[in-house]
Design a protein around this ligand. Structure first.
Ligand SMILES: [Zn+2]
Length: 348
C-alpha cells in the first residue's frame, strides 16, 4: 500500500472505498473521471450533489433556467436566497457544490443544450446523465451519445412515478430502440399539470447517480439491464428486461441516423421582431390534440380556444399553440426561456 492509497483511505471517501464495489481502485477512477449532467433542476440537483460528494473529478453541469420559488420543494441544492437573487441554476449549483467538495473541478454552463453545442459539451465525458424534463432533449442526448459512443443514463419523473434506463451504445438498446418517436407535443402531462413529489425525484436521481458511479468507477458490468419504473404512491416497482443487444433496425444505433443531432428534428426557434415573442416549431412531429392540451393548460392558466389555436395566459406570458405543435410564446424574447416554458406547460 503506497502513501497515496493511505491518503485516500483517510480521506472524505473512506466509507465509499470500504464498499467493495468501489474500493481504492474505483475511487481513483472516479477522481480521474469526467461526467456531463444535463439539467440542474429537480433530478439534476440530486444527481450533481451525489456525484460531487462521491468525488467525480470533473463535473460539467448545464442548465438554461433560473430559480423560482416553486422549485424549492424538490430542487435540494437551492435555498430562498438563491431564489431571491434570481441567479441561473447552473451558477447557484456551482456555488453550493464548491463548498461541498472544493477538491474536484465543477464546470457550470448556462446554456440551452441543442444540436449546435451538444457534441462540444459532451466532449471528453465518460458518461452523460439526464436531468432534463423533456423528450426533445433526451432524443438529442441519445443521438449524441450513440454517435460518440458515450454511455448515458435516462431518468424522468411525473407525479409520484419515475423511471430510469441506462444505455450503453452498441451494447444495449438505445432510447430509440425502445421508443422510435417522442410522444407528440402536448400529449402527455408535465410537472406543471400533473404535479410532482420530491420523493420520487430523490429515488430516480439516486438511481441515475448510482448508475453513473458504476460507469465512472469502471464497473460497466454492474449496470442495470432493465428499464425500471417506480410508483411511490401505488407502491409498485416494474422492471422491464431489455433485449441483450440493440435492435438491428433501429435508425439510431442500427443505421446510425442522427436527425436530432443534425438539427433536422427538434424545435426550430425564431424571435418575432417587435412582438416580444418567440416562435417554436417542430418539423416532422405529429399533430397535437387540442382537447388534451386545453385540459392541461386550464390547470395552470386561463385558456381560450378556436379551431385554429389554443391560447393560454400564464402569469406574464401568453402561449399560443397551433395544431402542428408550433407555438408562439409571448412575454419574452429569450429563446431559452421560451423553450423552458414550452417544456413546462406543453411538454412532449
Ligand atoms: Zn437504438
Amino acid at each position: 500500500m503506497n502513501d497515496d492509497t493511505l491518503d485516500l483511505q483517510k480521506s472524505r471517501y473512506a466509507r465509499q472505498m470500504r464498499f467493495p464495489g468501489i474500493g481504492v481502485g474505483g475511487q481513483r477512477r472516479l477522481l480521474a473521471s469526467k461526467a456531463l449532467v444535463v439539467g440542474c433542476g429537480a433530478l439534476g440537483s440530486v444527481i450533481i450533489n451525489t456525484l460531487a460528494r462521491a468525488g467525480v473529478g470533473h463535473l460539467r453541469i448545464v442548465d438554461r433556467d433560473f430559480l423560482e420559488l416553486n422549485n424549492l420543494q424538490r430542487q435540494v441544492l437551492y435555498d430562498e436566497d438563491d431564489v431571491a437573487a434570481g441567479i441561473p441554476k447552473a451558477i447557484a449549483a456551482y456555488e453550493r457544490l464548491k463548498k461541498i467538495n472544493s477538491t474536484i473541478t465543477i464546470e457550470p454552463v448556462v446554456a440551452d443544450i441543442d444540436h449546435t453545442n451538444i457534441e462540444r459539451l459532451a466532449g471528453g465525458a465518460e458518461c452523460i446523465v439526464d436531468g432534463t424534463d423533456n423528450f426533445e432533449t433526451r432524443f438529442l442526448l441519445n443521438d449524441a451519445a450513440v454517435k460518440l459512443g458515450i454511455p448515458w443514463v435516462y431518468g424522468g419523473c411525473l407525479a409520484a412515478e419515475g423511471q430510469s434506463l441506462t444505455i450503453l451504445p452498441g451494447k444495449t438498446p438505445c432510447l430509440r430502440c425502445l421508443m422510435p418517436e417522442p410522444p407528440p407535443p402536448g400529449s402527455s402531462p408535465t410537472c406543471d399539470s400533473a404535479g410532482i413529489l420530491g420523493t420520487i425525484i430523490g429515488v430516480i436521481a439516486s438511481f441515475e447517480a448510482n448508475e453513473a458511479l458504476k460507469l465512472l468507477s469502471g464497473h460497466e458490468e454492474a449496470v442495470s439491464r432493465t428499464w425500471t419504473i417506480f410508483d411511490l404512491w401505488d407502491n409498485t416497482i416494474r422492471q422491464i428486461k431489455l433485449e441483450p443487444a440493440p435492435a438491428a433496425d433501429c435508425p439510431c444505433c442500427g443505421r446510425r441516423e442522427f436527425p436530432w443531432l443534425s438539427g433536422q428534428r427538434g424545435s426550430h426557434t425564431a424571435v418575432l421582431c417587435g412582438r416580444n415573442a418567440v416562435q417554436l416549431s417542430f418539423p416532422g412531429r405529429d399533430a397535437i390534440s387540442f382537447d388534451e392540451l386545453e385540459k392541461k393548460l386550464a390547470a395552470v392558466g386561463s385558456v381560450s380556444r378556436n379551431k385554429y389555436l389554443v391560447r393560454a395566459e400564464i402569469g406574464s406570458n401568453t402561449i399560443t399553440v397551433f395544431p402542428d405543435g408550433r407555438a408562439v410564446i409571448g412575454g419574452t424574447e429569450d429563446i431559452a426561456e421560451a423553450r423552458s416554458l414550452y417544456a413546462k406547460f406543453i411538454g412532449n
